[in-house]
Design a protein around this ligand. Structure first.
Ligand SMILES: Nc1ncnc2c1ncn2[C@@H]1O[C@H](COP(=O)(O)OP(=O)(O)O)[C@@H](O)[C@H]1O
Ligand SMILES: [Mg+2]
Length: 287
């Protein structure tokens, strides 16, 4: 992976050991070889803290996502999952902490420097965030045009390439309002990958979709991983999706990663707070 072998950009090795397992109340299994390092982590987060209006939303998040893996982040609604993703691409700035993307700490970067990081990291927003007045093709092409690409033929070729990936060949001229929910998500995904990022962040990619369409999106996430070696973070509150797409699952609870492990480890976890979440119970029984 290019850009990952510059020593001065390496995340601190020591911090990995103090992640979920070291945060006191965490129930995570020990961090495995996925921890930070030049050949290990594509994304590393260290002690990330973010307040909004004096409320501490993120209270020291530690995370590692290995190259080519899919990490699912689960947690209660309003718990800060979207805020975490926005911090990862510099749309929000944290009070403190480190965010390493492909070997570079993005904290303190200028907008211009962040621009090149955003090329590496595509994001599918929760709402889909399509421009309603633009065709599918223009929506998808938007990041290329913003990046200065001008040749209509080259743009069209790239758009067709990603439309094929998301299985929407030939839908170039459609308007967003005429698309189903699942198709809108796929157009959003096509736009997220048009600049050929090495990572994709998905915010609730299956919310509002029926189980069959959700399954289709989940397979697409897996296909991108296998076909392009994409590193992904998928935020969801849908446990079925989490287990279907995640290599690892992290549970964000009270501003920290409370649990980190494989889907299997999560479903076998007997911790009452995890159990309440898995069973869809309110928090009261764990208190
Ligand atoms: N731009 C914002 N301005 C004010 N409060 C916000 C903003 N974004 C998020 N929040 C608050 O931060 C908390 C976490 O939100 P969010 O990250 O969207 O939760 P989740 O995605 O886990 O459901 C919520 O209390 C939310 O109201
Ligand atoms: Mg959210």
């Amino acid at each position: 992976m290019n850009g990952m072998n510059e020593d001065r950009h390496l995340p601190p090795e020591t911090a990995a050991a103090t992640t979920a397992a070291g945060s006191g109340k965490g129930v995570s299994t020990a961090r495995n070889s996925v921890s930070s390092g030049p050949n290990g982590a594509m994304i590393s987060v260290r002690d990330l803290r973010k307040k909004i209006d004096k409320e501490e939303i993120l209270r020291g998040v530690d995370l590692d996502v290995a190259v080519g893996e899919t990490l699912v982040i689960i947690g209660r609604s309003g718990g800060g999952k979207s805020v975490l993703l926005k911090n990862l691409i510099g749309l929000m700035r944290p009070e403190r902490g480190e965010i390493w993307i492909a070997g570079q700490n993005i904290i303190g970067m200028s907008e211009r420097q962040l621009g090149s990081v955003r090329q590496k990291v595509g994001i599918l927003f929760q709402s889909g965030a399509l421009f309603d007045s633009m065709t599918v093709e223009d929506n998808i092409a938007f990041p290329l045009i913003e990046a200065g690409m001008r040749s209509p033929n080259a743009i069209r070729a790239r758009v067709n390439e990603v439309l094929e990936v998301v299985e929407l060949e030939g839908e170039n001229a459609k308007m967003p309002e005429s698309l189903s929910g699942g198709m809108r998500k796929r157009v959003g995904l096509a736009r997220a990958i048009i600049r050929r990022p090495s990572c994709v962040l998905y915010d609730e990619p299956t919310s509002g979709l029926d189980p069959v369409v959700s399954d289709n999106i989940n397979r697409l996430i897996r296909r991108l991983q296998h076909r392009f070696g994409m590193t992904s973070i998928v935020v969801t509150h849908d446990m079925k999706s989490a287990i279907q797409v995640g290599d690892h699952i992290a549970y964000l609870h009270e501003g920290r990663i409370y649990f980190y492990g494989t889907p299997d480890e999560l479903t076998r976890c007997r911790d009452p707070i995890i159990q309440d979440f898995l069973q869809g119970r309110s928090e009261s029984t764990a208190r």
